[in-house]
Write a protein that binds this ligand. Structure first.
Ligand code: IVH
Length: 665
């Protein structure tokens, strides 16, 4: 055997360990992913030519091996204790007092404060710097040997970077981040597999996989917070230990902090409680540890937990309660949302009595029934949701729930568009949706009714003056002037704005109706193809799908819309109210046929909408975001990121003058 491959292999292992640490532990890579892959491939090829040179700490050993029949037991030479809990400030202050009394200390003591990570505890055994075993906590004395699975976790070094003590048993928490958890559950949902209730269960399930190849696909992570057996690593405090662990290439939580005295711990607790919502992983409290090792030894341990540390928990965010009823809410877009009405319970300090059940699929998947006891949770400020049913508490009288086919607000028939989870009420006049529809109808890019803001719309709807968009065209000066805080002059201005809107083009009117999937561009395409609302309303789904750019989703939505009696009535009343429904003007030419434009920055000769309409009237397309397919970006005053993007993509850039020249102005 020549010395060459031996040396190169050592070099590659060191390089890969180094870059792995930069990427997974420090979040600060120094080389590209492609370069990393090239090094790893070189290592694997070289190892396959020299199998006798493969070492247990080689980066090639992360990918697992054959599935196991069962996990072997792994004894912890130093027991993995658990922690006592403090559930309130008083309980924590009692711990501090007890601790100082036991130490005979009159003064404040130094504490290490750490986030209490909500995952599962594991032990990593390093012999002379090389990872030889990974195990779960088990009962604290004997856990399960999950070495092959542990090795697939990229933030766990297979070899320590700097110090190589004779023996070091490192302890920490294996966790799964929120994003990773949601992605895993989405994937499981697609494959019809049962979902994990929370990230901790998902982390535990992933680590306790008999097939390490499966674990390797789960993006687990680990933060280290302590040691068990130790021969060769000297430290005087928890702070020093954590710093050493970091230097050795192990991942240590960035929010750890040494503080003096109980008051400072309370402040840290409060700070972390605030941070809890925005962290990308779950924490359920903080862990407070007496910092000095000498003091820890003086305090000692009880059977199950040390006297020098305590878990100072946050209020729980999961609770169990009973579903008393399920009601249906109609959202502003017409979506029917089932909502559980529950016996009120405090979740994380907030009284909760309602939780969204999302849609029928969700109810079926979780088999949620009226009368069920359920686990609910609140994540951040969002409305709470039902995690799972406590099936063991069923008595047999629970009632299954099915969403009604009729809208509970207006009684009209609802539809469930293909491929969508939500059932919708598509009746334009449904009061639940009416305000939102009117805001949209009056909007700048739709009928552009100046002065018809949200407050006015709210008043008009609440006073019963406007029940659908057509009613706007029958409003009188007296009615408007009688509204709160409405001067005669303003009422007059609004009537004038409504008058002006009667002459908007047909494609704007179609867009203003707020049909699902019919945005500005689709509205133009449809009016180009069918010329009038009448013709469009009579078109079959097939006829609609003949039109270039119109797919089954739009076709279904448009056809459903015009089949609804109430919608037809509203269109007839819009006509009666004087809204012009003449076919769109023929294009002045096809000068810009096939070209697409993005306008950015402030233009001087026109508003952005006017410029866009000009492009469309000349046969071109106006879009809002720049891509490689954009033909021209027209840059006005103070153009920003869109202009940068155009430069990056090499899209032609025009000044406003050049654009005017191009269109012959
Ligand atoms: S120290 C003797 N530090 O909490 C010291 N534990 O309730 C024992 N945990 O089993 C552990 N974050 O799974 C410690 N920063 C942290 C922790 C932490 C989470 C978990 C760990 C332990 C449980 C005890």
């Amino acid at each position: 055997m020549s010395a060459e491959p031996h040396r190169r292999l050592q070099e590659l292992r060191d390089l890969l360990h180094f870059h792995n640490h930069r990427y997974y532990v420090l979040d600060d890579p120094q080389i590209s992913d492609a370069e990393y892959d090239r090094l790893l491939r070189e290592l694997i090829v070289l190892e396959s030519q020299h199998p006798e040179l493969v070492t247990p700490d080689s980066p090639s050993q992360r990918v697992g091996g054959a599935p196991l029949e069962a996990f072997a037991p792994a004894a912890h030479t130093v027991p993995m204790l658990s922690l006592d809990n403090a559930l309130s400030e008083e309980e924590f202050l009692a711990f501090d007092e007890r601790t100082r009394r036991n130490l005979g200390a009159a003064d404040d003591i130094d504490y290490m404060c750490e986030p209490k990570l909500d995952g599962l505890a594991v032990e990593l055994v390093y012999e002379r710097g090389v990872l030889v075993q990974g195990s779960t906590r088990g009962d604290g004395y004997v856990g399960e040997d999950v070495t092959l699975n542990i090795k697939t976790i990229k933030s766990i070094p297979l070899k320590l970077l700097h110090l190589h003590p004779q023996l070091l048993q490192v302890r920490g928490e294996v966790i799964l981040g929120h994003r990773e958890f949601e992605q895993l559950n989405r994937q499981r949902e697609n494959q019809g597999e049962p979902l994990f209730a929370n990230p901790r269960n998902a982390a535990a399930g992933s680590l306790r996989q008999l097939d390490p190849a499966v674990t390797a696909t789960r993006p687990l992570n680990m933060f280290c917070y302590g040691v068990g057996g130790n021969q060769g690593l000297a430290f005087k405090s928890q702070a020093e230990l954590l710093s050493l662990l970091g230097q050795m290439g192990l991942r240590v939580n960035p929010y750890i902090r040494t503080v003096r005295g109980a008051r400072a711990v309370l402040a840290y607790h409060q700070e972390m409680a605030g941070r809890r919502e925005s962290l990308p992983y779950d924490i359920d409290g903080i862990v407070v540890k007496v910092n000095e090792v000498a003091l820890q030894e003086q305090l000692g341990a009880k059977t199950k937990s040390p006297r020098w540390a305590i878990a100072f928990k946050f209020p729980a965010r999961q609770e169990v309660t009973q579903i008393l009823d399920i009601t249906v809410q109609v959202g502003r877009t017409g979506a029917l949302t089932p909502v559980a009405v529950m016996a009120p319970v405090s979740v994380g300090g907030v009284l909760v009595s309602r939780a969204t059940l999302h849609n029928q699929d969700e109810i079926d998947r979780k088999d949620i029934r009226i009368g069920d006891w359920v686990v609910i949770q609140r994540a951040g400020d969002v409305i709470p949701e039902v995690v799972t049913v406590v099936a063991s508490r069923r008595s047999g009288v629970e009632k299954p729930f099915v969403l009604p086919e009729q809208c509970p607000v207006c009684g009209s028939h609802t539809v469930r568009p293909e491929g969508e989870a939500a059932r919708r009420c598509i009746n334009l006049a449904c009061p639940a949706q009416i305000k939102e529809r009117i805001y949209h109808f009056a909007g700048k890019r739709a009928m552009d009714i100046d002065g018809l803001g949200e407050k006015l719309v709210d008043q008009l709807v609440e006073k019963g003056l406007v029940k659908d968009v057509a009613d706007l065209y029958f409003l009188t000066l007296e009615q408007l002037a009688a509204l709160e805080r409405m001067a005669d002059k303003s009422a007059q201005n609004i009537l004038e704005a409504i008058e002006a809107s009667r002459r908007r083009s047909l494609d704007r009117l179609l867009f203003a109706l707020g049909i699902r999937f019919v945005g500005e561009h689709v509205a133009r395409v449809l009016i180009d193809a069918f010329h009038s609302l009448e013709e469009l309303g009579n078109a079959s789904r097939d006829a609609l799908m003949q039109v270039h750019e119109i797919g089954p989703q739009v076709a279904e939505s448009v056809s459903d819309f015009f089949t609804n009696e109430e919608n037809r009535r509203i269109i007839a009343r819009l006509r009666q109210g004087g809204v012009e429904m003449q076919p769109a003007q023929q294009r002045s030419s096809d000068q810009l046929q096939g070209l697409s434009f993005v306008f950015t920055g402030a233009l001087t000769a026109f508003t952005r909408e006017e410029a866009e309409r000009l492009v469309v009237s000349l046969g071109g397309r106006a879009t809002s975001s720049v891509s490689a397919k954009t033909s021209y970006v027209v840059a006005g005053e103070a153009a920003g990121s869109k202009l940068d993007k155009a430069r990056q993509l090499g899209v032609h850039i025009l000044t406003e003058e050049e654009f005017k020249e191009m269109v012959g102005l």
